[in-house]
Design a protein. Sequence first.
Length: 221
Amino acid sequence: MDTFTGHVWQALAEHVAPYRIDPEAPDPYVSTFNAAVREARYVCGRDVDTGQRLDGRPVAIWAGTLVYLVLLEQIGNTLRPVGGRDLPKQVRESAAARALRQFAPHTTKPQREVIYALRNAFAHEFGLFNDGRDGRYRHVFTLDDEPGGPLVRWPRRRWDGTVEGVRRATRTTVNLVAVGDLCEDVVRSVREHSNSVALRSRVPMAEMQKRFAFRIRGTPD
């Protein structure tokens, strides 16, 4: 991790600041943070600049939600707020859950665990089962896309991880619109922390710029 200097602050600010769209003079530096934000918004039927939901039902909200969830994982692995407390190493916490805990502290621990379980189900096989050995993350999902619904509706009975055990009573319902709203809260918080010089990188900026960014073709490397 770099010593926090003015140069590091500027580089980190450029990494998370909204991407400047100018066809005549495009910004040559594009972070994958911003690429993920814009693509998730576009696919989920949101304004690509503000994240506000647009009229009309999105056609690929599952795919856009997956981009949002992977973005949470990137944030948890690369960024932290000043004073943000990491849990002890012996306490298992996913990067996505860490991003939510530190940048969306209104979430509860069970909600963060459900979001991580959904990330696994989507990212591993674009399915609705996360039947890992750790019971905290064992869920069979039903998905809702109606605006205004709760983030999670809990099952009446815990799922046992088997196909035979799938019942309406064992399904965990997650509202994908609410997931998008939550991830937008995290993006907003990251940028607010950056604006107030309260954002730090978990990795050296040289690595951040090579691993999580690219340059527009025709601009200097």
